[in-house]
Write a protein that binds this ligand. Structure first.
Ligand code: FES
Length: 181
């Protein structure tokens, strides 16, 4: 009885020619256990990875390289709300008199119309000491602080103390509306 048990043990340890089904079963069970643990760990990691990826895509950054479709949809959908015509609407062309201009104080931009249908825009911040210009009159854009005057056509200094011209601002005119680009 004892010898048989020893033989089985020896056989199993030495060769393992299939004489120990119990051992093989134990090994398989062990292997399966490891495999299951691995699967469980991988599954947990997978869940974490998916969660992390979903978290990244919510922020709308390009960090989620593997999940490229959602960010693209988000960008197309909500990241660009206002740019319909491109830029901030300043006002209607009818607000800017021919041969004169209008100061859009909120945007700190002055728009002039030196000739019919020709609109130009400049920074409304005086280059002397930073006051806001307040009117366009007799072909000039005037600063109330120290009397500087700038040409309505190109923003050049007509009268000091300012020495530098008003900076040009890019605008678009379409459908009777003036937009700051
Ligand atoms: Fe405009 Fe001085 S700030 S003239």
């Amino acid at each position: 009885m004892t010898d048989d048990r020893d033989d089985r043990t020896d056989d199993g340890a030495a060769g393992g020619h299939g004489s120990g089904p119990a051992r093989g079963g134990t090994r398989r069970t062990g292997a399966e256990g490891v495999a299951r643990r691995t699967v469980v760990r991988a599954g947990a990691a997978g869940v974490l990875a998916v969660t992390a990826t979903a978290g990244c895509s919510r922020y709308g950054e390009e960090g989620g390289g593997e999940t490229s479709p959602p960010p693209a949809q988000e960008r197309t959908g909500g990241a660009t709300p206002p740019p319909a015509d491109g830029g901030t609407r300043l006002g209607a062309t009818s607000e800017v008199p021919e041969g004169g201009g209008k100061v859009f104080k909120a945007e700190k931009v002055v728009v002039t119309q030196p000739a019919a249908g020709e609109f130009k825009a400049f920074s409304a911040i005086c280059t002397h000491q930073g006051c806001l210009v307040d009117k366009v009159e007799d072909g000039t854009i005037d600063c109330p602080c120290h009397g500087s005057r700038f040409a309505a056509e190109d923003g050049a200094v007509v009268e000091g103390p300012a020495t530098r011209p008003l900076g040009a601002k890019p605008i678009t005119v379409s459908g009777g509306e003036i937009r700051l680009v």
